[in-house]
Unconditional design. Structure first.
Length: 146
């Protein structure tokens, strides 16, 4: 008789292997993956604009950098990995349900300084003046708890 542990492992190890032809494009409904990736990159680029070019220009006119520019100066080049880029506020007060901007006024993530891992957040004043919402605060707390 097999031990319960041996039976559990043998059941977990069983799987069905599908031929590559099954995974071909004709068997997967929806758009091709390259279209999905292109749409995601377009959405990322829109999120990177924060409150838009007009507000970015206003920050620059005041001699200030955007949140992403400040992070880029602080961290080692190319090390930043952003978290929760598409998070939006959930407020329905004062007509806010009609104003949705990905990132909700704060850029969060991790990167390195001189090769050492650090976690970072930077308020994006191009989005609602950097004001705090619940989603905004949750992003900051997530970084603090990492």
């Amino acid at each position: 008789m097999h031990s319960p542990q041996a039976v559990r492992y043998s059941r977990a190890a069983s799987c069905t292997i599908m031929p590559a032809s099954f995974i071909s494009q004709r068997n997967i409904p929806g758009p091709p993956m390259k279209d999905i990736v292109a749409a995601l990159e377009k959405k990322r680029e829109s999120a990177r604009q924060g409150g838009g070019q007009k507000r970015i220009d206003a920050q620059h006119a005041k001699g200030k950098l955007t949140a992403r520019e400040r992070i880029a100066l602080l961290l080692d080049e190319g090390s930043f990995e952003e978290w929760d880029m598409f998070v939006e506020h959930r407020s329905h007060d004062f007509g806010m349900e009609n104003q949705r901007i990905p990132g909700d006024g704060v850029v969060t993530g991790w990167g390195t300084i001189n090769g050492r891992v650090i976690y970072v957040f930077s308020k994006d004043f191009t989005v609602f003046g950097g004001s705090l919402s619940r989603a905004h605060a949750e992003k900051i707390v997530k970084v603090q708890q990492a």
